[in-house]
Design a protein around this ligand. Structure first.
Ligand code: DC
Length: 245
């Protein structure tokens, strides 16, 4: 399908055009870890767009903006200066110069981010920043999120939609949380929150989570992380004419 859309792969041509690899999928599909590893293997930049929505939400909460009021969020969303460092080996995210990589993973931000991400003005602002990151990526970029292949990079060189069964996603999340010493009641509550967030992200009006028609579907339920990374790296090598560094 991709071949039809882009014509035959011309490795020489592609060596000059920066490659964009768009990876979308629900929470817990392994997107972030996989995208970052593929970017590192191929010497590409890496962009975690969920972190940008989280950073915007963190700023709204820190500045007492009512995140349940879409108009208030829309009015305020031009104010924070959000900068994503796209080195796959050590990605960073700052808001107004402050490193927020820790706080954006906290429960307050996680509980509110879907509401903020549903506001069209927020999406318009962050999409512009995301395209800017791709524009300055020397060799190319792996961008992961919910609307990379459908909205942000409709002409991406390679599009992947990562999925996993709800059970597999919940189990992975629980394993991660147990390893961090989180108690079972909190793990159950977080699983419910994950389901709620996925439903909200998939049903919102603007840029809902959905598979682009020309994306390759990869179900990770029965694959190890290494297997998923190998499969996607091979796909990018083949479709973008790139090789590992
Ligand atoms: O991938 P994540 O869980 O860190 O994403 C945080 C939230 O941001 C998630 O609820 C969906 C939203 N998001 C989005 O709407 N569009 C994106 N491109 C990336 C994330």
């Amino acid at each position: 399908m991709l071949r039809e859309r882009f014509g035959p792969v011309d490795t020489a041509d592609r060596a000059h055009a920066p490659v964009v690899v768009a990876i979308d999928g629900p929470s817990g599909s392994g997107k972030s870890t996989v995208s970052r590893a593929v970017a590192a293997r191929l010497g590409l930049s890496f962009l975690d767009t969920g972190a940008m929505y989280r950073a915007m939400t963190w700023w709204m909460l820190a500045n007492d903006v009512d995140v349940d009021d879409p108009e208030a969020v829309a009015v305020a969303c031009g104010k924070p200066v959000i900068v994503s460092g796209t080195d796959a080996v050590g990605p960073t995210i700052t808001v107004d110069g402050k490193d927020v990589s820790g706080p954006i993973r906290g429960p307050e931000v996680t509980a509110q981010v879907s509401a903020v991400a549903a506001v069209p003005a927020v999406r318009a602002r962050l999409v512009e920043l995301q395209r800017g990151c791709a524009g300055v990526a020397e060799r190319g970029i792996v961008a992961e999120g919910r609307d990379m292949g459908t909205v942000v990079f409709p002409d991406a060189t390679v599009k992947v939609f990562l999925t996993a069964s709800e059970e597999a996603r919940a189990e992975r999340r629980a394993t991660e949380l147990r390893a961090k010493g989180v108690d079972e009641a909190t793990i159950t509550a977080m699983a419910a929150d994950l389901t709620r967030r996925d439903a909200a992200d998939s049903s919102r009006k603007t840029a809902p989570l959905s598979q682009a028609v020309d994306a390759v579907l990869v179900d990770t339920s029965r694959l190890t992380l290494e297997q998923v990374i190998d499969r996607i790296t091979a796909l990018v090598e083949e479709q973008a004419g790139l090789s590992s560094v």
